[in-house]
Design a protein around this ligand. Sequence first.
Ligand SMILES: [Zn+2]
Length: 356
Amino acid sequence: METRYQQCRSCFFSTQFPRVTIYENGKCNFCNSREFPATVKAQTGSDINELHRIAEELKQKKQGKYDCIIGASGGLDSSYVIYVAKKVLGLNPLVISYDHGFTCDVAKNNLQTICKKLGVDFKIVRSAKDNNVKHVKFLVLALKNIDIYWGLCQFCRYLRPAVIYKYALRENISATLTSRNMYEATNLAGLPAGRKLKSMLRGMLKLLNIVKLAKFLFYFPIALYYLLRLKLEFYVPPVSNIFRRDPKPPKIETINITRYVPWDINSIVKTLTEEMGWKAPNLMLPMRFDCQIDDSFIDYTFRKTFGVTSHAVICNNLICDGTRTKSQLKDTVEFHDKIVNERIQEMMGRLGLKSK
Ligand SMILES: [Zn+2]
């Protein structure tokens, strides 16, 4: 049976995307389901008294200069974690920013402004030999032959927590404050993880070409070599971490403050912009603007696999929850669609590579 192309009335999905059906009311199955708003609600809480109690405990338990450690980029969520830690809870946090070399200036400026304003110590951590840029460069060269770039962010998935653990151990800090923004979860939007794997395998078919295969087999081990260098540079025990996708946490307590503070995007933006001088390039979608890899290769791969950028998926999450409307986000989605190729060229220049 042939399915007619249809677009959802209230979000950016169409029948082109996997598992999407449009119902008689013109809305897709994702918009018709109450599952996503319920998931968001379940993840966010408003038990500020309990959070205050935890904070007091941290102050009493502290062994070094700091009550806790916070990994931050200057994006929406981490900026708010710093704000809550210092201004609301009166904690003395150490803020660590792992700069992989692809962080946007707006985010970096946000972090500096906020930490300065709140009088919080912060440290920007970079690879001394630019190993992260080298890793990404050779991974791009390898993946170019498959033309699917899932996995380009994996190094960050390891390094970000590793850097936090390293400094927590060094400064004798026993707790880290984090957050969980459900709107950024792109797998909730009915995009099955299996599709990612399938697209990767389909890309692999390109390697039946002997020249492409030779290139892939040449570049991929070099990329892995630089990843190993990174893991050694930011080494956290035990040794088995070198072989793991995520580093094993040392004895450190993780406190997800989203569980205690309402994660209301609009009021968080209002607080941060008005009180902290925080900025976002686009206030309609005040998230996911901090990493250049995201805007370029990841959005390219998302669009190729699912027909939408990862930014459009996040927009859909905001619509589904009633935080935004489709018409409010139309320009944003179009913008991210339009800039993908341009951003890839910028990234190639940044990596010292010829155009894609
Ligand atoms: Zn929809």
